[in-house]
Design a protein around this ligand. Structure first.
Ligand SMILES: Nc1nc2c(c(=O)[nH]1)N[C@H]1C(S)=C(S)[C@@H](COP(=O)(O)O)O[C@H]1N2
Ligand SMILES: [Mo]
Length: 299
């Protein structure tokens, strides 16, 4: 089956080919440094997808260890079938939904998104998934719901990081309802047309492309609609460093490092850092969600 990747950005956001700097060409040595004036100039933050090998071998999934290579080594232990998601709280149709029933009738879309970790590395990932809004609409969101809370599965016998208590598990995350209903917010079930690898959050994980990667919670087993802002794992671990919103923002530094630039995985040892974009490049689509908020306060 041929995949046609739909671009998430409007045409004005797409870097013209003439100024486009392809890191694979640089790696292959087919673009001379002099010709492109590389010295001292940040590389364009383009949408050239990472390879599946890169996407599945450099991960954060603390349930399987804190090292970047630990999830690829350990996540085969994750049991992903059968899988169900409990949807509860302020919904009309609460219950435990088998994954296939939840996805039934929903369209699986292809979305190439930038993915920016708060640690200042990034990738471009071609996801397959459904809009979270479609799932929430199936459950029927009640009018008093204001937030959505998410929870990752805990399989202590299969998860070395849970055994070692490297974080307070289950991993939990949350979004404001308008963020959750935004069309860019997806529940991913695949990458490159393949079922999502265990280390990337099989069988289904959240992807919120304008927020730091830790908001994109993996291997979800519970979704709860709430009236109050739900607790989130990294905020519980260190509230000073990780806020509830965690929108990608090059002008608000992490207390211990700059967020102005990032290292694109796969660029090679000498690749220049690239500029981090406001809302990770999705400003036109999502800035209106935060009108009237001070984003240096609501971190
Ligand atoms: N359950 C769970 N979800 C998680 C994490 C985690 O440790 N546990 N790590 C987060 C962080 S910090 C990042 S950057 C992304 C990494 O996603 P990837 O490994 O698919 O690139 O997953 C996020 N979701
Ligand atoms: Mo991250």
């Amino acid at each position: 089956m041929a995949y046609r990747w739909t671009n998430d950005l409007t045409s004005t956001d797409i870097t013209p080919k003439s100024v486009y700097l392809n890191r694979r060409q640089i790696l292959a040595g087919t673009v001379g440094l002099g010709a492109i004036g590389l010295a001292g100039k940040a590389q364009a933050n383009d949408l050239d997808p990472n390879t599946l090998e890169e996407i599945t071998s450099y991960n954060n999934f603390y349930e399987f260890g804190t090292g970047k290579e630990d999830p690829a080594r350990n996540a085969h232990q994750l049991v992903t079938s059968p899988w169900s998601i409990t949807i509860d709280g302020l919904v009309d149709n609460p219950g435990e939904y088998a994954l296939a029933d939840l996805l039934d009738g929903l369209s699986i879309e292809d979305r190439i998104y930038r993915f920016r970790c708060v640690e200042a590395w990034s990738m471009v990932i071609p996801w397959n998934g459904v809009e979270l809004a479609d799932i929430l609409n199936k459950a029927g969101v009640q009018s008093n719901a204001k937030y959505v809370a998410f929870e990752t599965v805990v399989q202590p016998e299969n998860m070395i990081g849970v055994q070692r208590r490297v974080l307070d598990f289950p991993y939990v995350e949350g979004l404001r309802l308008d963020e959750a209903m935004h069309p860019l917010t997806i529940m991913a079930t695949g990458i490159y047309g393949e079922p999502i690898a265990n280390q990337n959050g099989a069988p289904i994980r959240l992807v919120v492309p304008w927020k730091y990667g830790f908001k994109s919670i993996k291997s979800i087993v519970r979704i709860t609609l709430t009236e109050d802002e739900p607790p989130t794992s990294w905020n519980k671990a260190n509230a000073r460093e990780y806020g509830f919103y965690s929108n990608v923002n090059p002008t608000v530094d992490h207390p211990r490092w700059s967020q102005a630039t990032e290292r694109r995985i796969g660029g090679g040892l000498f690749a220049p850092r690239i500029d981090t974009l406001m809302f990770n490049g999705y400003e036109d689509e999502v800035a209106s969600l935060y009108e009237g908020q001070d984003l240096s306060v609501d971190i």
